[in-house]
Design a protein around this ligand. Structure first.
Ligand code: IMP
Ligand code: MG
Length: 174
């Protein structure tokens, strides 16, 4: 099936917003260290750009969880595909995700990471689709709220493609 990508958020708009979030996070965590946990693969692009805009000391780790497969609808529960390298005991954890959709991924992750002894766990997502929420989750830092459309770019994929687009676009099927 032929598909095309319509720009929703330009690279410039995303960069500006990431700077703002980085400044906000740096203020909120003043005097502390942050342990950033990037959710692979989608969250990794946002994580790297955001980490560069945070001025307090950070350490980083990654985790891979799945809920979607190659479909454009949510699959339900999450599965850990790659676990963290570092122990979380006493750390100020900030989870970095590409998008909050049904809320299942971040809802599950928050509980799981708190259970591992983090001092606190906060959540940060580049995008939020509030209309799609099925499970309540309090996301502390959100880049942009977007309408209920399937988006790609800046780490987000459609069947593993388009992650490398420097902007966020909507997939249109003609
Ligand atoms: P949730 O558990 O339903 O909140 O799903 C979050 C995950 O679904 C994200 O980490 C993405 O991998 C994926 N996802 C949700 N919406 C989109 C989208 O519009 N484009 C690409 N991936 C999406
Ligand atoms: Mg994801």
């Amino acid at each position: 099936m032929a598909e095309r990508i319509e720009v929703l958020l330009t690279e410039e708009k995303i960069n500006t917003r990431i700077r703002e979030i980085g400044e906000q996070i740096s203020k909120d965590y003043a005097g502390e260290n942050i342990h950033l946990i990037g959710i692979l693969k989608g969250g990794s692009f946002f994580m790297c750009e955001l980490a560069k805009r945070i001025s307090v000391p950070v350490t980083i780790d990654f985790m891979s969880v799945s809920s979607y497969g190659d479909q454009t609808v949510s699959g339900g529960k999450i599965k850990i595909k790659k676990d963290l390298d570092e122990d979380l005991t006493g750390k100020h954890v900030l989870v970095i995700e590409d998008i909050v959709d049904t809320g299942r991924t971040l809802n599950c992750l928050e509980a799981l990471l708190k259970d591992r002894g983090a001092a606190d766990v906060k959540l940060c997502a580049l995008l939020d689709k509030p209309d799609r929420r099925e499970v309540s989750v309090a996301v502390d830092y959100v880049g942009f709220q977007i309408p209920d459309e399937f988006v790609v770019g800046y780490g987000l994929d459609y069947a593993q493609r388009y992650r490398n687009l420097p902007y966020i676009g909507v997939v249109k099927f003609d």
